[in-house]
Design a binder for this molecule. Sequence first.
Ligand code: PEP
Ligand code: MN
Length: 425
Amino acid sequence: MKEAKLTLKQQSDQQTVVSISDTVRCGGRELLIVGGPCTVESAEQIEAVASRLSQHPIQALRGGVYKPRTSPYAFQGMGKAGLDILERARNKYGMPVITEVMSVEQLPEVAAQADVLQVGSRNMQNFELLKALGTTTKPILLKRGLCATIEELIMAAEYVMASGNPNVILCERGIRSYDSFTRNVLDLGAVVALKQLTHLPVIVDPSHAAGKRELVADLARAAIACGADGLIIECHPEPEKSVSDARQALSLDDMAALVGSLELIAQAVGRTLPLPVARRAQAAAVCAPAESETALVQFDAVARLAAARANIDAIDQEICALLQKRMACGTEIAEIKAIGDLPVKDTGREVIVLTNVRESASDVEIGLALEAIYKTVIAESVKLQKRVLAESLKLPPQISKQTLHKLSRVRALRPNRIASSTTVI
Ligand code: PEP
Ligand code: MN
């Protein structure tokens, strides 16, 4: 494997970012999310998929037009007509398309219309195909072979790179094992290893790994959590009617819910989800006459600012609830001080509180900032205590001994604090 000098990392922080279109990349901070059916079946099907997925954080469409089917009698794909359908959807929705190329002969036709050329599992070691793909500049999505080792996948990538194409994205899609409960075994260990060993982006296909739609979302989330650069997931407007891989196809609603659920996990591992393609187009139209890069960057910034502010608002809510709790303690303290006839303002205690606050901070500057904030908190607490005390002295003109006794327990009234306007009867 040492000889895979183009694929293996030369420095630990080396990371390739593969450009798929003007705005879509794979391998950077933003995750690449790809969705679509196993097979392109009709223009209506792709229209339904693209119009829906463009509303969600999904940048690219998938769909096979040349299908590697186990049986020669099964539907083999729409071929050129399918490519035309994908191309129309790409132009209408601004979503790059990914489709499989199965042979050297198909390459010119597929490369003319697709944005990313997929090498399917069954072709990972079709060395003539890999060499031919190396002569194009199109990004290559190289799927791990059904029974391929990590080293064999790396060497397959090396074939493409050595033939001149550096734009390779690796894809873990599950490997064969003895258990037929899942279609394959999703090897997330391989994802972590490939990220450590190579500088290429690594994405995960949980659909072909699981083979069952109910397993796909959890596996997708696990893939992002372990450092994958993106996902490729099969979905269909009517999953049960899919001409191929129906059992693993998600509905468009489930696909939308799945990508929605990735936000927190992405954040936790320092990644971001893309803006929905439909919102990018609106942003470009609003911010600038052309779809300029600056307008998109600005729109991204506005969206991130809103998310960061929502975070601040939530923290403020927590702080306010705690401050109110603290103030309620102040009321109790005022009453205790009144009973003991102790001074409301206690400078020694204030010094202790301020020192505790300052020393709780991780950094000197922050400690001083917290101390400044707390001086106001203490001043307000003293004001509150004085108000409580004053209120406890407001009595009606006449009060019975029993009431006074009860009040003195709850409101900390001391006989010497009763104004002369109140008579005890
Ligand atoms: C596919 O993505 O449509 C496909 C056939 O996948 P794989 O090659 O991973 O089986
Ligand atoms: Mn499939």
